[in-house]
Design a protein around this ligand. Structure first.
Ligand code: ATP
Length: 312
């Protein structure tokens, strides 16, 4: 559906997006995840045709952003970080106005407003002034605006930014529902958001893609999944390290003093993500060391994100 090649953006010589290559299939819900200033908004703005790229190409279906920007814009609904709404208007009047601008007339316009009111949970607030709405409700009106022409692709920049936890859940549910029929790309720096809403996560940092995969695929990667922490009392660190290193599947063992007297913590780095706790326990059981901890670390999207984006 979307093919991005060598996408690059310079602002006065500063490279904000640096040769991004990307393919997004129809029907995917993709999260663009990255710290502040990573280049998320710039990437989304280029995808929507709002900014021309400094280099590279974006193809949506058979259209190129260089020759057919208008055709691409017609396929995309875009909700920027702060939805630009006419705050003094009633929700109904505002959406009716947007529908007219989009060329919807008569019954088609009424029907579309009814569909959007249901889709975005606006029925109860259609006759309220936009200015009086909570941020979450305003965001839903913005979503309805973005979905007005029933676009095939929906692009959302930080859709839950500044919302309270209930509003976040509501917006996520609407996005997931829309994602059942559409291609959705959203940016976020909230990891739980990407985990909860997206099928696939692309992590960008300093304008470059540094990880790309399904949320489960990403969390299965990295060292944390292969790390087991063991706490032992009254154990000789040197002997323990030698004994545990002899267990099949162990790559390395390091020791550190624990916070309690007599407690030593051992970090066991395993060769794979296979769970070898039973084998480690068997090796410990044969000694008189007292086992007080045996923990397999979970690699969360959060830890991957920190690992990949932290400064060297
Ligand atoms: P945030 O989460 O803070 O919105 P982001 O990942 O969306 O960040 P961008 O807004 O795309 O990042 O910004 C990427 C880099 O480009 C930043 O260093 C930013 O300061 C810079 N930048 C963004 N817009 C402009 C602009 N119009 N002119 C100059 N520099 C810009």
């Amino acid at each position: 559906m979307i093919h991005v090649e060598g996408l690059t953006k310079y602002y006065d010589g500063f490279c904000a997006v640096d040769h991004i290559d990307l393919d997004i299939k129809g029907g995917e819900i993709v999260g663009l995840l990255g710290p502040n200033g990573a280049g998320k908004t710039t990437t989304l703005r280029m995808l929507t045709g709002y900014f021309p790229p400094s280099a590279g190409d974006i193809r949506v279906k058979d259209f190129s952003i260089h020759q057919d920007a208008l055709a691409i814009k017609r396929l995309i609904g875009y909700l920027p970080e702060s939805a630009p709404l006419y705050k003094s208007m009633l929700v109904y009047d505002y959406l009716d106005h947007v529908a007219r601008v989009r060329g919807l007339e008569g019954d088609a316009r009424k029907n579309r407003l009814a569909v959007l009111a249901d889709m975005c949970g606006l029925r109860e607030i259609m006759h309220k002034t936009i200015d009086t709405l909570s941020k979450g409700l305003k965001q839903r009106v913005g979503l309805a605006h973005a979905m007005m022409s029933d676009p095939e692709i929906l692009i959302l920049d930080e859709p839950t930014s500044g919302l309270d936890p209930n509003q976040i859940v509501e917006i996520r549910e609407i996005i997931r529902k829309i994602g059942e029929r559409k291609t959705v790309i959203l940016s976020t720096h909230i990891l739980s958001e990407a985990e909860a809403t997206c099928d696939r996560v692309i992590i960008i940092n300093k304008g470059r893609i540094i990880a790309d995969g399904g949320t489960q695929e990403l969390t299965a990667r990295g060292n944390h999944a292969n790390r087991i922490q063991i706490g032992l009392l009254r154990a000789d660190a040197g002997i323990v390290c030698a004994r545990l290193k002899a267990v099949r599947g162990v790559n390395d063992v390091t020791a550190a003093n624990g916070e309690d007297p007599g407690l030593t913590r051992f970090n066991v780095l395993c060769a794979s993500a296979d769970d070898i706790r039973a084998d480690l326990y068997a090796a410990i059981k044969a000694t008189d060391w007292i086992l007080v901890e045996l923990i397999r670390e979970n690699q969360t999207l959060e830890s991957i994100f920190r690992e990949l984006t932290r400064e060297n």
